[in-house]
Design a protein. Sequence first.
Length: 195
Amino acid sequence: MPAFEEITRHHDVDPNENPWVLGPPAPERVLLVPYNPEWPLRYQALAADIRVALGDAALDVDHVGSTSVEGLASKDVIDIDLIVADSRDEDTYVPALERLGYVLVIREPSFHEHRALRLGEPRVNLHVFGPDCPEVIRHRMFRDWLRTHPEDRALYENAKRTAVPGGGTVMDYNQRKEDVIRDIYDRLFRAAGML
């Protein structure tokens, strides 16, 4: 288990690192849709496929991101955290995931050795980390907080809607809502006695 200071620290990616395996993404229109009760079912089917494909290599699979929070508007993209023994050892998981249609798009050594794969249909962002990664703990804490704190869920949804205008890439959209995300994190960390 990482120390509280590792979990509560906002980690920034090395700006000199080029994470794009296939080159940077093209600008993409961000479209928020109302919460869809089919999202958890879609996640369950995707997770089952991942577990079968990877067997024991999949230490954990978890639904994170906005589609995992009932009542929260989101892009129609399922975010999944996959925990493997060593995310750097891509040969232990990437080929099996490629057979399911996933494509490795991000490699970020400076950000907890994060890897991200994308599935085109249905749209999935599959985030791969090693065990005891502070970012995985942060994802779960943020999800669980939004599930039980409707005022912050509404605040976050408003930040998402405000971030949509401006265009650019999804990364640009994410950057425009970063301040609100960090405020919510600080609040939930204080409530957990971690700050």
